[in-house]
Design a protein around this ligand. Structure first.
Ligand code: PNS
Length: 163
């Protein structure tokens, strides 16, 4: 029997309940899943790579076949280096599709051995994004059920809210 491994890359700035749900579904299908946090020197992130990894590790600790790592440079190069063939990406709405379609084709052009698998989320997660979550906490609002407790704590710390 084949041992199947997949990589779920992203910015995870921060990881949300929507990401966790995608990781849970991928982890139920593949033997091994690596959630890999992008180190992107071009893009200013709210949380450092270490913080993003730490939050993801804690939020995914209930999944024994999931590990958290980080990568820089081209995704396909990292995948070749680590011997991954499958990329997992979540789809929330049609608006995600254009970017994901283009990226999947680009990655396939760069490395034809690599396959992108999409997991369509559920309606209850379809409106959650890291961007929206950051704004909500930055401006002092709280919406339950969007992020795991570790992320909620870190967001409050980051934006200096004590309650
Ligand atoms: O969570 P995000 O920001 O939607 O994730 C995007 C990510 C990290 C998957 C994508 O930006 C990526 O793979 N970046 C690495 C650079 C790369 O390989 N680019 C070529 C693909 S067009």
């Amino acid at each position: 029997m084949k041992h199947t491994r997949a990589l779920y890359p992203g910015s995870f700035d921060p990881i949300t309940n929507g990401h966790i749900y995608i990781a849970e579904r991928a982890a139920a299908v593949f033997d091994e899943l690596e959630v890999s946090v992008l180190i992107n020197p071009q893009k200013q992130s709210t949380f450092t790579t270490e913080e993003r990894c730490e939050m993801a590790k804690e939020a995914l600790a209930h999944l024994p076949n999931v590990t958290v790592n980080h990568f820089g440079g081209l995704l396909v190069d990292y995948m070749k280096q680590q011997k991954f063939r499958v990329i997992i990406r979540g789809l929330r709405a049609m608006s995600d599709f254009e970017y994901e379609f283009q990226t999947a084709l680009m990655n396939r052009q760069l490395s034809p051995d690599i396959e992108t698998f999409f997991i369509v989320t559920e309606a209850r997660y379809s409106y959650i994004s890291s961007n929206a979550v950051r704004d909500i906490y930055r401006f002092g609002a709280v919406v339950p059920g969007m992020v795991p407790p570790i992320v909620e704590r870190k967001l409050r710390e980051k934006f200096h809210r004590s309650e």
